[in-house]
Design a protein around this ligand. Structure first.
Ligand code: NDP
Length: 435
């Protein structure tokens, strides 16, 4: 931490109300979200997606696992070794140091950024193994065979981590707490994250979890699913190739643009609790890879027209998503940059400016809309024989609507009346003219 001349602030101040309908809401999410991650497995597998043709006794007999199929201590050990291995790479690979945004204490944390420097050798070694042993490589088979064990291991790990950082947040040195995660209600604060930036020395647990085990694990799972498809039909279909490329690109983009995460809500405002621990380590890798897992079991060829259609949807979504995010980043870094200096903005009392033309004049979160459209291009390659794989766009719509509301609340506090002025100029929240 680098000290600053700014006036000291109360690091443990309580300054925020409840999100997610308070303790009852977060309690419900803590039960429902993990259940959904299992439901997607039990509701979409080799027996059907969903296996509705089975009677309940057949379903119980064929699909529901025994305790040993559900949990394996050995796999939990491998999972922990995987996360610790990535953490070790995180602290040993040469890094680019960046300062985070100023905290309310005036301090700025130093972040060691090396997500894609870790990802490239990880992917390189998987590519090498596949080159040597083919798609039948035992690692790929192992991941497929132990999917349920891995899912349970990820659950145990994320839950334990959330409890650990919550307990540690009460340590006597009084760390900086997240405004939203310091309500005094144990369940709520554990879920939202009580401590803003839990760290072990310079190792930032939140940043690590945001980009390392889960995002990278998602890419690994997708490849294992492609390998499984190859093992059952002797080739990899165009739909599987598309899903793998799209999602690999999304992951690589996030890792490559790692500095951009330092200004996101997750890093600047949210504490690190079960919400992020579960989201990063369980939800992202295991539910976002559903489409590839489906195609591993139910291969599908799209043909030239199908591929072109999906590419079109992806292109439109990416154009909006990248255009809006890059425009805001460029504006926040340097409003006089040639790419943004023609844009209109309003001045605010906080000293910061808010764009009112360009992408950010179309809607207040046009980047979310682009991201959601891209989500469709991840589901469409699975065809129309199932609705389960479209779960992602439904869930993502709910997430983005909630996220926009939360960001709106934070901005209202940050900008006061200026935010009202801004929202009276840019009226749509996400979808221009509709929402
Ligand atoms: P945004 O990148 O949309 O950032 C919101 C912040 O931007 C606000 O808090 C405000 O911060 C600033 N801002 C808002 N309006 C303006 C304006 N008019 N002019 C200038 N600055 C403005 O938020 P997220 O972190 O939620 O999203 C980042 C990306 O990540 C999005 O594309 C989203 O789709 C994606 N995402 C993907 C998820 C997934 O699971 N796939 C989950 C969550 C997000 P300030 O004024 O302080 O700069």
């Amino acid at each position: 931490m680098s000290p600053s001349a700014a006036a000291p602030a109360d690091k443990q101040a309580r300054s925020h109300g409840y999100d997610f309908a308070g303790p009852l809401g977060v309690g419900a999410i803590t039960i429902v979200a993990p259940s959904v991650s299992y439901l997607l497995y039990f509701g979409c597998n080799e027996h059907g997606c969903p296996p509705t043709h089975l009677s309940w006794p057949q379903y119980v007999e064929r699909v529901l696992p025994t305790k040993d199929q559900f949990f394996s201590l050995e796999v939990l050990g491998y999972f922990v070794a995987y996360v610790l291995g990535l953490a070790l790479l995180n602290v040993t690979i040469p890094v680019r140091d960046r300062l985070g945004v100023p905290l309310k204490t005036g301090e700025r944390l130093v972040y060691n950024l090396n997500a894609y420097e870790t990802f490239v050798p990880l992917m390189g070694s998987l590519a090498f193994g596949t080159y040597m042993y083919g798609w039948e490589w035992s690692l790929w088979t192992w991941i497929w065979d132990h999917y349920l064990h891995l899912l349970t291991a990820a659950h145990i790990f994320s839950f334990t981590l959330a409890c650990g950082v919550y307990l540690a947040s009460f340590r006597s040195s009084k760390p900086l707490l997240a405004a939203g995660g310091n309500t005094g209600n144990h369940l709520y604060d554990w879920f939202i994250g009580r401590e803003l930036n839990p760290r072990l020395g310079n190792f930032d647990i939140k940043l690590f979890c945001e980009l390392h085990p889960g995002m990278m694990g998602w890419a690994v799972l997708n490849l294992a699913f492609a390998a499984h498809q190859y093992q059952i039909i002797g080739r990899i279909t165009d739909s599987m190739v598309l899903i793998n490329i799209f999602q690999f690109w999304y992951i690589f983009d996030a890792l490559f643009n790692e500095p951009a995460i330092l200004t996101t809500m997750d890093i600047t405002s949210d504490g690190f609790g079960y919400m992020l621990s579960f989201g990063d380590i369980v939800w992202v890798p295991f539910t976002y890879s559903l489409q590839a897992r489906y195609l591993a079991m139910y291969p599908l060829d799209l043909g030239v027209l199908g591929v072109a259609g999906v590419l079109f949807v992806k292109g439109v979504g990416y154009f909006i998503f990248r255009g809006a995010n890059s425009q805001k980043n460029a504006f926040r870094m340097n409003p006089d940059d040639a790419s943004v200096k023609h844009l209109k903005f309003i001045e605010t009392k906080s000293g910061r400016k808010l764009l009112i033309s360009g992408w950010w004049g179309i809607s207040r979160h046009i980047n979310y809309f682009g991201d959601w459209i891209m989500g469709w291009s991840w589901c469409l390659p699975t065809g129309f024989d199932t609705w389960v794989t479209y779960f992602y766009v439904g869930y993502f719509a709910v997430l983005l609507i909630n996220r926009e509301r939360r960001d709106d609340g934070h901005c209202r506090i940050k900008y006061g009346d200026d935010w009202n002025r801004y929202t009276s100029i840019v009226k749509s929240r996400i979808v221009p003219g509709i929402y």
